[in-house]
Write a protein that binds this ligand. Structure first.
Ligand code: 1GP
Length: 234
Protein backbone atom coordinates (compact mmCIF):
# COMPACT_ATOMS: atom_id res chain seq x y z
CA UNK A 1 0.00 0.00 0.00
CA UNK A 2 1.38 3.40 -0.85
CA UNK A 3 1.18 6.31 1.51
CA UNK A 4 0.74 9.93 0.37
CA UNK A 5 4.31 10.84 1.39
CA UNK A 6 5.72 8.20 -0.96
CA UNK A 7 5.00 10.71 -3.73
CA UNK A 8 6.15 13.87 -1.96
CA UNK A 9 9.40 15.76 -2.57
CA UNK A 10 8.69 18.90 -0.59
CA UNK A 11 6.75 19.84 2.51
CA UNK A 12 6.17 23.31 3.83
CA UNK A 13 5.95 23.55 7.60
CA UNK A 14 3.95 26.48 8.88
CA UNK A 15 4.36 27.51 12.50
CA UNK A 16 1.12 29.05 13.82
CA UNK A 17 3.12 30.98 16.42
CA UNK A 18 5.13 32.86 13.77
CA UNK A 19 4.04 35.70 11.52
CA UNK A 20 4.19 35.67 7.74
CA UNK A 21 6.27 38.26 5.85
CA UNK A 22 4.41 41.46 5.02
CA UNK A 23 2.06 41.11 2.08
CA UNK A 24 2.20 37.30 2.03
CA UNK A 25 -0.90 35.21 2.70
CA UNK A 26 -1.31 31.55 3.62
CA UNK A 27 -2.90 31.15 0.21
CA UNK A 28 0.31 32.38 -1.44
CA UNK A 29 2.28 29.73 0.44
CA UNK A 30 -0.22 27.02 -0.47
CA UNK A 31 0.31 27.94 -4.14
CA UNK A 32 4.10 27.48 -4.14
CA UNK A 33 3.84 23.95 -5.54
CA UNK A 34 4.73 22.25 -2.25
CA UNK A 35 3.33 18.72 -1.96
CA UNK A 36 1.85 19.14 1.50
CA UNK A 37 1.62 21.52 4.39
CA UNK A 38 2.42 20.49 7.93
CA UNK A 39 1.09 22.84 10.57
CA UNK A 40 2.99 22.77 13.82
CA UNK A 41 5.72 24.20 15.98
CA UNK A 42 7.40 23.55 19.29
CA UNK A 43 6.55 26.64 21.36
CA UNK A 44 3.53 28.91 21.67
CA UNK A 45 1.09 26.57 19.94
CA UNK A 46 -2.56 26.71 20.98
CA UNK A 47 -5.74 25.17 19.61
CA UNK A 48 -6.76 28.67 18.52
CA UNK A 49 -3.66 29.51 16.48
CA UNK A 50 -3.67 25.99 14.98
CA UNK A 51 -7.31 26.35 13.99
CA UNK A 52 -6.67 29.78 12.43
CA UNK A 53 -3.93 28.47 10.12
CA UNK A 54 -5.91 25.37 9.13
CA UNK A 55 -8.88 27.57 8.25
CA UNK A 56 -6.70 29.95 6.25
CA UNK A 57 -5.18 27.08 4.23
CA UNK A 58 -8.35 25.00 3.94
CA UNK A 59 -9.70 26.59 0.78
CA UNK A 60 -6.50 25.92 -1.17
CA UNK A 61 -5.72 22.77 -3.04
CA UNK A 62 -2.89 21.26 -1.01
CA UNK A 63 -3.06 18.45 1.56
CA UNK A 64 -2.95 19.70 5.15
CA UNK A 65 -1.55 17.77 8.07
CA UNK A 66 -1.39 18.76 11.67
CA UNK A 67 1.88 18.07 13.48
CA UNK A 68 0.93 18.55 17.13
CA UNK A 69 3.73 19.14 19.61
CA UNK A 70 1.64 17.96 22.54
CA UNK A 71 -1.80 16.40 23.13
CA UNK A 72 -3.40 19.70 24.21
CA UNK A 73 -3.17 21.28 20.77
CA UNK A 74 -4.66 18.49 18.65
CA UNK A 75 -7.63 19.86 16.75
CA UNK A 76 -10.45 18.15 14.94
CA UNK A 77 -10.98 19.88 11.60
CA UNK A 78 -12.28 18.18 8.49
CA UNK A 79 -9.86 20.16 6.31
CA UNK A 80 -7.02 18.06 7.75
CA UNK A 81 -5.93 14.98 5.83
CA UNK A 82 -4.45 13.61 8.99
CA UNK A 83 -1.98 13.87 11.81
CA UNK A 84 1.79 13.44 11.65
CA UNK A 85 2.94 12.78 15.18
CA UNK A 86 6.56 13.27 16.19
CA UNK A 87 8.30 10.77 18.39
CA UNK A 88 11.89 11.71 19.19
CA UNK A 89 14.10 8.65 19.06
CA UNK A 90 17.09 10.41 20.65
CA UNK A 91 15.09 12.28 23.30
CA UNK A 92 16.54 12.33 26.81
CA UNK A 93 13.09 12.31 28.30
CA UNK A 94 10.83 9.32 27.58
CA UNK A 95 7.86 11.72 27.61
CA UNK A 96 8.81 12.68 24.05
CA UNK A 97 9.24 9.09 22.89
CA UNK A 98 6.04 7.50 24.19
CA UNK A 99 4.80 9.53 27.16
CA UNK A 100 3.00 12.34 25.32
CA UNK A 101 1.46 9.74 23.03
CA UNK A 102 0.17 7.71 25.96
CA UNK A 103 -1.38 10.86 27.45
CA UNK A 104 -3.08 11.70 24.16
CA UNK A 105 -4.65 8.25 23.96
CA UNK A 106 -5.60 8.32 27.63
CA UNK A 107 -7.31 11.70 27.30
CA UNK A 108 -8.80 11.26 23.83
CA UNK A 109 -9.47 7.53 23.89
CA UNK A 110 -10.72 7.24 20.38
CA UNK A 111 -8.08 8.28 17.86
CA UNK A 112 -8.62 8.02 14.13
CA UNK A 113 -5.88 5.47 13.57
CA UNK A 114 -6.05 5.48 9.78
CA UNK A 115 -5.37 9.23 9.79
CA UNK A 116 -2.59 9.09 12.38
CA UNK A 117 1.05 8.39 11.45
CA UNK A 118 4.20 8.71 13.50
CA UNK A 119 7.35 10.48 12.37
CA UNK A 120 10.51 9.01 13.89
CA UNK A 121 12.54 12.14 14.62
CA UNK A 122 16.29 12.22 15.09
CA UNK A 123 16.95 15.71 16.44
CA UNK A 124 20.42 17.08 15.73
CA UNK A 125 20.63 20.83 16.38
CA UNK A 126 21.28 21.23 20.14
CA UNK A 127 20.25 24.92 19.97
CA UNK A 128 16.79 24.20 18.61
CA UNK A 129 13.73 24.48 20.85
CA UNK A 130 12.82 20.89 20.02
CA UNK A 131 16.24 19.64 21.15
CA UNK A 132 16.09 21.55 24.41
CA UNK A 133 12.51 20.61 25.20
CA UNK A 134 13.07 16.92 24.56
CA UNK A 135 16.59 16.91 26.07
CA UNK A 136 17.79 15.28 22.89
CA UNK A 137 21.27 13.79 22.68
CA UNK A 138 22.52 15.61 19.58
CA UNK A 139 26.12 14.39 19.85
CA UNK A 140 25.61 11.72 17.24
CA UNK A 141 27.93 10.42 14.54
CA UNK A 142 26.74 9.42 11.09
CA UNK A 143 26.82 5.80 12.28
CA UNK A 144 24.63 6.66 15.27
CA UNK A 145 22.11 8.42 13.04
CA UNK A 146 22.11 5.53 10.59
CA UNK A 147 21.52 3.09 13.44
CA UNK A 148 18.62 5.16 14.79
CA UNK A 149 17.13 5.31 11.30
CA UNK A 150 17.50 1.57 10.90
CA UNK A 151 15.89 0.68 14.22
CA UNK A 152 13.10 3.14 13.53
CA UNK A 153 12.27 1.28 10.36
CA UNK A 154 13.20 -2.30 11.22
CA UNK A 155 12.42 -2.61 14.91
CA UNK A 156 9.73 0.01 15.40
CA UNK A 157 8.06 -0.23 12.00
CA UNK A 158 8.17 3.49 11.30
CA UNK A 159 7.02 4.71 7.89
CA UNK A 160 8.68 8.10 8.22
CA UNK A 161 12.18 8.80 9.53
CA UNK A 162 12.84 12.52 10.05
CA UNK A 163 16.36 13.94 10.32
CA UNK A 164 15.72 17.26 12.05
CA UNK A 165 18.19 20.14 12.21
CA UNK A 166 15.50 22.79 12.76
CA UNK A 167 17.09 26.24 12.48
CA UNK A 168 20.40 25.17 10.92
CA UNK A 169 21.50 23.45 7.77
CA UNK A 170 22.70 19.98 8.67
CA UNK A 171 25.53 17.85 7.41
CA UNK A 172 24.83 16.17 4.12
CA UNK A 173 26.94 13.18 5.16
CA UNK A 174 24.58 12.55 8.09
CA UNK A 175 21.51 12.68 5.87
CA UNK A 176 23.24 10.42 3.37
CA UNK A 177 23.96 7.92 6.17
CA UNK A 178 20.30 7.93 7.21
CA UNK A 179 19.29 7.45 3.59
CA UNK A 180 21.58 4.45 3.30
CA UNK A 181 20.07 2.92 6.44
CA UNK A 182 16.41 2.89 5.42
CA UNK A 183 14.81 0.79 2.80
CA UNK A 184 11.05 1.28 2.67
CA UNK A 185 10.68 4.20 5.07
CA UNK A 186 10.33 7.71 3.67
CA UNK A 187 13.23 9.91 4.78
CA UNK A 188 12.32 13.49 5.69
CA UNK A 189 15.00 16.13 6.15
CA UNK A 190 14.32 19.52 7.75
CA UNK A 191 16.50 22.39 8.91
CA UNK A 192 18.04 25.54 7.50
CA UNK A 193 16.98 25.12 3.89
CA UNK A 194 17.12 28.66 2.54
CA UNK A 195 17.70 28.57 -1.23
CA UNK A 196 17.90 26.36 -4.30
CA UNK A 197 21.34 24.92 -3.53
CA UNK A 198 20.69 24.01 0.10
CA UNK A 199 17.40 22.41 -0.94
CA UNK A 200 18.99 20.52 -3.81
CA UNK A 201 21.86 19.26 -1.63
CA UNK A 202 19.56 17.74 0.97
CA UNK A 203 17.02 16.51 -1.57
CA UNK A 204 19.72 14.36 -3.15
CA UNK A 205 19.66 12.21 -0.01
CA UNK A 206 16.25 12.75 1.58
CA UNK A 207 13.01 11.67 -0.06
CA UNK A 208 11.23 14.74 1.25
CA UNK A 209 12.71 18.08 2.27
CA UNK A 210 10.85 20.16 4.84
CA UNK A 211 11.07 23.93 4.69
CA UNK A 212 9.99 25.97 7.71
CA UNK A 213 11.52 29.30 8.68
CA UNK A 214 12.05 30.41 5.10
CA UNK A 215 8.30 30.79 4.64
CA UNK A 216 8.09 33.06 7.67
CA UNK A 217 11.25 35.02 6.94
CA UNK A 218 11.56 35.27 3.18
CA UNK A 219 8.28 34.42 1.56
CA UNK A 220 6.95 32.90 -1.58
CA UNK A 221 9.70 33.21 -4.20
CA UNK A 222 12.29 31.70 -1.88
CA UNK A 223 9.99 28.80 -1.04
CA UNK A 224 9.25 28.23 -4.71
CA UNK A 225 13.00 27.89 -5.43
CA UNK A 226 13.20 25.09 -2.88
CA UNK A 227 10.18 23.37 -4.45
CA UNK A 228 11.97 23.48 -7.82
CA UNK A 229 15.17 22.09 -6.29
CA UNK A 230 13.29 19.24 -4.62
CA UNK A 231 11.69 18.18 -7.87
CA UNK A 232 14.93 18.59 -9.85
CA UNK A 233 16.74 16.33 -7.37
CA UNK A 234 14.00 13.69 -7.31
C1 1GP B 1 11.41 22.35 11.42
O1 1GP B 1 12.36 20.72 9.98
C2 1GP B 1 11.65 21.90 10.01
O2 1GP B 1 10.71 21.37 12.13
C3 1GP B 1 12.22 22.96 9.13
O3 1GP B 1 13.34 23.60 9.70
O4 1GP B 1 12.58 25.93 10.08
O5 1GP B 1 15.02 25.40 9.84
O6 1GP B 1 13.46 25.28 7.88
P1 1GP B 1 13.62 25.14 9.35
Amino acid sequence: MTAPWDDWNHVLKIDPDKDLPEGITYGDLCATGTDAIEIGGTMGITEENMEAVVEACAEHDVPLYQEPSNPDVVIDNEALEGYLIPTVFNAGSPFWITGAHKEWVRIDGDLEWDRTTLEAYIVLNPEADVAQLTEADCELSADDVAAYAKIAERMFGQEIVYVEYSGMLGEEAIVEAADGAVDEATLFYGGGIHDYDSAYGMAQHADVIVVGNLAHEDGVDAVRETVDAASDAA
